[in-house]
Design a protein around this ligand. Structure first.
Ligand SMILES: O=C(O)CCC(=O)C(=O)O
Length: 343
């Protein structure tokens, strides 16, 4: 009963002692936490070396993209102050009174600024143990007026963070282009006018974490994702059929290849499944920056990476078309990218 009365999970949990039935996954689709690998993680790349003589860093990034679809970066050039302000204001937002948070609530996935819960409550059968604030942030001046005004420093702190993560995304896209043997600017040029979205994921403590997910295994629909997480573990990445837990390292970001790089690279790099699990003790916050093509940008395998021996594996499509399909179909182990594959 309470589940239908409270739009947000955070406001429902004070009333529950076990996971409500609509959050319980079927037995065949549970996190199996005792089978997760904790003793090795994804590669950690030091971006200090991304200067004029940077071929070894490009090689490291290329290998991480090819073998994991994921890597962490340190010495990325974004100050601790900018990161701390972002994380603090995110935490403050989710601790505001319910009535204040609900001012931003919407269940329409096409709305450019919205607070919501789970993934897409309109289409999914099982809910996820997550609330999230999602918003667009490039060009900043087109969206900042939609963002929350409470906490009072939200717009300033988040705008500063967005500018910094956009700079990092552009540098990473240059490096990824080079690692594929493309011109440095290739990927940046392929994204049309570019777009940038962000989410703040809030995973409250969960009484029975073995029954549900914060987010089930999914691949990201965008180009690259730059994730900031707090010090509570929860992210897991699929590698050779096994889930690897990514232990948080302070002041690093986690970078992953999204579906559009898989397509642009003609499957040279894979957009890898990842998931967020929850725990019974602590809330967790993660903040992904989703760097995207603009909606009108045409996506397809990069012509310099295709030839008679390597025919294009995907059709050409607009990013808007891809994005709508992603939100309609829900989070799934079969990635959305397969819908654009040439048979
Ligand atoms: O919370 C995390 O660590 C992962 C978040 C994520 O995969 C997403 O928001 O798409």
């Amino acid at each position: 009963m309470a589940t239908t009365m409270k739009p947000l999970l955070s406001d429902l949990i004070p009333t529950v002692t076990c996971v409500p039935p609509n959050y319980v996954r079927p037995e065949s689709d549970r996190p199996n936490l005792n089978e997760v690998t904790f003793d090795h993680s994804i590669p950690l790349v030091d971006l200090r070396g991304l200067g004029p003589n940077h071929s070894s860093v490009i090689k490291e990034i290329g290998e991480a993209c090819r073998n994991y679809g994921f890597f962490q970066v340190k010495n990325h050039g974004i100050s601790k102050e900018v990161i701390d302000k972002m994380m603090n204001v995110a935490k403050e937002f989710f601790h505001l009174p319910e009535s204040e948070r609900l001012k931003c609530y919407s269940d329409d996935p096409m709305k450019t600024t919205r607070l919501s819960t789970s993934f897409n409550v309109k289409t999914e059968n099982v809910s996820n143990w997550r609330d999230y604030l999602r918003f667009h942030c490039f060009p900043l001046e087109d969206y900042v007026h939609e963002w929350p005004t409470n906490p009072p420093s939200f717009r300033d702190d988040v705008a500063e963070y967005c500018k910094n993560t956009r700079g990092l995304a552009l540098r990473l896209l240059e490096a990824i282009s080079e690692s594929l043997g493309l011109e440095k600017e290739y990927l940046n040029c392929a994204l049309g006018k570019h777009a940038q979205h962000m989410a703040i994921n809030y995973y409250p403590p969960c009484p029975e974490p073995e029954l549900t997910y914060g987010l089930p295994g999914h691949a990201d629909p965008n180009v690259i994702t730059i994730l900031l997480q707090d010090d509570v573990p929860g992210l897991q990445v699929l590698k050779d059929g096994k889930w690897i837990a990514v232990k948080p390292i302070p002041n690093t970001f986690i970078v992953n290849i999204g579906d559009q790089i898989q397509v642009l690279s003609n499957d040279e790099y894979k957009s890898v499944l990842h998931r967020a699990v929850v725990n019974c003790k602590e809330e967790r916050i993660s903040i992904p920056t989703f760097y995207c093509p603009s909606p009108d940008a045409m996506m397809g395998p990069a012509p310099p990476l295709t030839d008679g021996d390597h025919p294009p594996l995907y059709t050409n499509y607009s990013y808007a078309e891809y994005y709508q399909k992603f939100w309609k179909r829900g989070l799934n182990a079969e990635t959305c990218v397969d819908m654009f594959k040439i048979n």
